[in-house]
Ligand binder design. Sequence first.
Ligand code: CAA
Length: 277
Amino acid sequence: MLLPIFAANFKKINNNIMDYKNLEVKNSSGIIILTINREKALNALNDQTMIELHDFFTNVAPRRKKAKGIVITGAGEKSFVAGADIKEFVGMDEKAAMKLAKRGQDIFFMIERFPKPIIAAVNGFALGGGCELAMACHMRIASEKARFGQPEVNLGIIPGYGGTQRLIQHVGKGKAIELMMTGDMIGAAEAKGLGLVNHVVPHGESVKKAKEIIKKIGTKAPIAIGKVVECANAYFNGVIDGYSVEVEEFGTCANSEDFKEGASAFAERRAAKFQGK
Ligand code: CAA
């Protein structure tokens, strides 16, 4: 059963937390289901939605200490997110465009760096900023009907929410450049073959699969999970050395109560009970 956890309780958590118009936030067995909820516009990321996403990842998600992870999906049967809201692009000048891109990148960095699993349940179109949102998540589960693409060149622009960088990370430079230059859409099976998605599931089951994965991760040591995210991101940092980060964080994990518990549980042939300490 899905229980609304935030809508009615925003003010109880923090007076500054806003009411969301375009995001639906639910708790399903300790997993946050975050739905981009603009079905009529195929869940395009307009300004209001980006403000709400920023608020969610700044003020809400980090405070949900008991949440096991987050599933991000789109409302309706047809679309995950069909990109940035093109209708709001009319009249946008260079300065405004740069500000828009920077804000989007900052929000997607918060997703990419979040210390608990965030999985995109891609239930349809994941185009432009929608593909970029999915790529910022730690994993992607695609419905058989999912379609991925970076069609920005059709509009005279390029991906602006990190897509030029993350698509290369996921599928390699040659294929990424092909997809960004042609604007072609690819289906779920091809996306899986390219390594862009982790699993393809029947339509309507992407959230279920994402929840199953988060539930499994929820049995592991929370500090170690956060360090996996940190080290994986370090690989792509360009400035810091990922191997050094790994040494450091391996040490941090070894210094945790959870490591003692994990090692003892193994020796005692029982399931570990991790506390996140
Ligand atoms: N922005 C605003 N509105 C959008 C939208 C978008 N990105 N995508 C779809 N919509 C709206 C349509 O305008 C339409 O609304 P109206 O009925 O009010 O006109 C409604 O959603 C349904 O869309 P369609 O009628 O077009 O549905 P379709 O099934 O015929 O086509 C589609 C679906 C192929 C996804 C098509 O809507 C489409 O090509 N959308 C645009 C995709 C795109 O170019 N995304 C990239 C945006 S730029 C970007 O994201 C930049 C960045 O990196 C930050």
